[in-house]
Write a protein that binds this ligand. Structure first.
Ligand SMILES: [Zn+2]
Length: 392
C-alpha cells in the first residue's frame, strides 16, 4: 500500500503540473492568435499595392518575435514536464519489486501433466465464477475433458446468485426448499433468512402490505419457531410500527441493504458446504495465499542475500521461514517434529509415544536402539513398537 501511495504522489505532481501548463498555454496561445488575426485583418484591409511603412515593419517584426518567444517558452515547459513524468516511472521501479526470482520455482509447471493440471484448475475457477463460455473455450483449446457433473452445480449456483443480486428470492427459496433436510443437518439458517427477507420486503410496503405480510408469516414462519423464536418475535414487532413507517422505528436496522449482501454470502457458503466444495476456488485460494506470503518471502530473500547465505534456501518443498497466512487460510492442524524440526508428511507421520509425547517417525527410528527408546522429553523408557501413529 505504501508503494502505491508513493507512486500516486508522483502522479499527482505530474497532473497538477500538466494542468498548470495547459492553462498557461491556452492563455498565451489565445493572445498570439489574436495578434496574428489583427495583422491579417490589417493586410486584407490595405490596398494591394500598399508598401509597409517603417512603423508597420517594426510592429510586424515585434509580432513575429513575440510568436517565436511564446512557442519556445511552451516547448521548454513541455520539456520540463518530461522529467516529472519520468519520475513516476522511477517511483514505480523503486517501490515495486519485479524480481521474484528465487521466491518461485519455475520447474513447477514444466511437465505437460502439470500444465494440464494448471489448466484444469483455471478452468474450474471460471466455471465457479459463472464465466461458462470462457471456461468452455479454455477446455476446448487446452484439450480438457470436463464432465457435466463438474460444471452443472456451478451454473445453477451462479444463476441463483444472479437472481439474488437483483433481489429475486424465488430461485434461492426453491433451492433451499429442495435441499431442506441436508441444510438443516448442517445447521444452516439459509431458508429462514430467505423467508425473513421476503417478509421484510412485504412489510416495507407499509399498511398496504400488512395483510400479505401477516399471511406470509403465518404460512412460513411456524416451521422455524424452534430454532428462530427470538428472531420471529422481533419480526412480529415490526407490525406495531407499520402505520408510522418502519424506517423511523427501532426496527429500521432490518431494512439495511447489507442483509442482501449477507444472504449472498450465506447462500454461497451453505450451498458450497452442501455440495462438498470450498467457498473459494482452489485457484483463488492459492493466489491469495501467494500474495500474502510474497512480502515476507521477499524480505527473507533480501536478508539472505545480505548475509550471503542464499544457498540455504534451495527451493525444496518447504519455505525458509514460517509464514502465517491468517485464520482464513488454516484448513487443518499440522504437526512439526520437535526433534527434526520438520513438518510431518505421509512418509514421516507423527507418532505418539507411550508417555504421551509426540515425535515424527523418522525421529523415532533415529532415537531408538533395538527395542529400546528413551523419550527425549521425559526420560521414560519404552519399546518403539508401542508408539502409535497419529492422524490429524
Ligand atoms: Zn515422554
Amino acid at each position: 500500500m505504501d508503494a502505491c501511495n508513493a507512486v500516486e504522489r508522483e502522479v499527482d505532481k505530474v497532473l497538477s503540473k500538466f494542468g498548470g501548463i495547459r492553462e498557461h498555454a491556452e492563455r498565451v496561445l489565445r493572445d498570439v492568435i489574436n495578434i496574428v488575426d489583427e495583422l491579417k485583418k490589417g493586410f486584407e484591409e490595405g490596398p494591394s499595392d500598399h508598401e509597409l511603412t517603417p512603423a508597420q515593419i517594426i510592429i510586424l517584426k515585434q509580432s513575429i518575435n513575440k510568436v517565436k518567444e511564446t512557442v519556445q517558452r511552451l516547448a521548454t515547459d513541455h520539456r520540463d514536464l518530461h522529467s516529472t513524468v519520468s519520475k513516476v516511472g522511477k517511483a514505480i521501479d523503486r517501490n515495486f519489486v519485479s524480481d521474484f526470482a528465487s521466491t518461485s520455482r519455475e520447474d513447477v509447471f514444466s511437465t505437460p501433466e502439470k500444465i494440464h493440471l494448471l489448466n484444469q484448475v483455471i478452468c474450474q475457477h471460471f466455471y465457479r465464477q459463472g464465466m461458462l463460455d470462457i471456461a468452455d473455450e479454455l477446455a476446448l483449446e487446452a484439450g480438457l475433458e470436463i464432465e457435466a457433473s463438474g460444471k452443472e452445480p456451478f451454473s445453477e449456483l451462479n444463476r441463483i446468485l444472479d437472481s439474488l443480486k437483483v433481489h429475486d428470492l424465488g430461485p434461492a427459496l426453491e433451492w433451499a426448499q429442495a435441499h431442506r433436510e441436508s441444510l438443516e443437518a448442517q445447521n444452516s439458517c439459509l431458508e429462514f433468512k430467505l423467508h425473513r427477507l421476503r417478509f421484510i420486503d412485504l412489510i416495507q410496503r407499509g399498511p398496504l402490505g400488512q395483510t400479505e405480510a401477516i399471511l406470509y408469516a403465518r404460512t412460513h414462519f411456524h416451521q422455524f419457531i424452534n430454532r428462530h423464536e427470538k428472531e420471529i418475535q422481533i419480526l412480529m414487532g415490526m407490525f406495531l410500527y407499520l402505520p408510522h413507517g418502519i424506517s423511523n422505528s427501532p426496527y429500521r436496522h432490518l431494512l439495511d441493504p447489507n442483509l442482501w449482501a449477507e444472504i449472498h454470502d450465506v447462500f454461497t457458503r451453505d450451498a458450497c458446504a452442501l455440495l462438498g466444495l470450498s467457498v473459494d476456488s482452489p485457484l483463488s485460494v492459492c493466489i491469495n495465499a501467494g500474495c500474502t506470503a510474497l512480502p515476507a518471502l521477499l524480505n527473507i530473500k533480501q536478508v539472505m542475500q545480505q548475509r550471503q547465505v542464499t544457498g540455504i534456501w534451495n527451493g525444496k518443498d518447504e519455505l525458509p521461514i514460517e509464514i502465517d497466512l491468517g485464520q482464513d487460510s488454516r484448513y487443518h492442524s499440522v504437526f512439526a517434529c520437535p526433534i527434526l524440526r520438520q513438518q510431518s508428511s505421509e512418509n514421516n507421520p507423527p507418532m505418539r509415544l507411550v508417555c504421551g509425547h509426540v515425535i515424527s517417525r523418522d525421529a523415532l527410528n533415529k532415537l531408538s536402539s533395538g527395542s529400546k527408546l528413551k523419550c527425549p522429553y521425559c526420560p521414560v523408557e519404552q519399546n518403539p513398537s508401542d508408539a502409535r501413529l497419529i492422524f490429524f
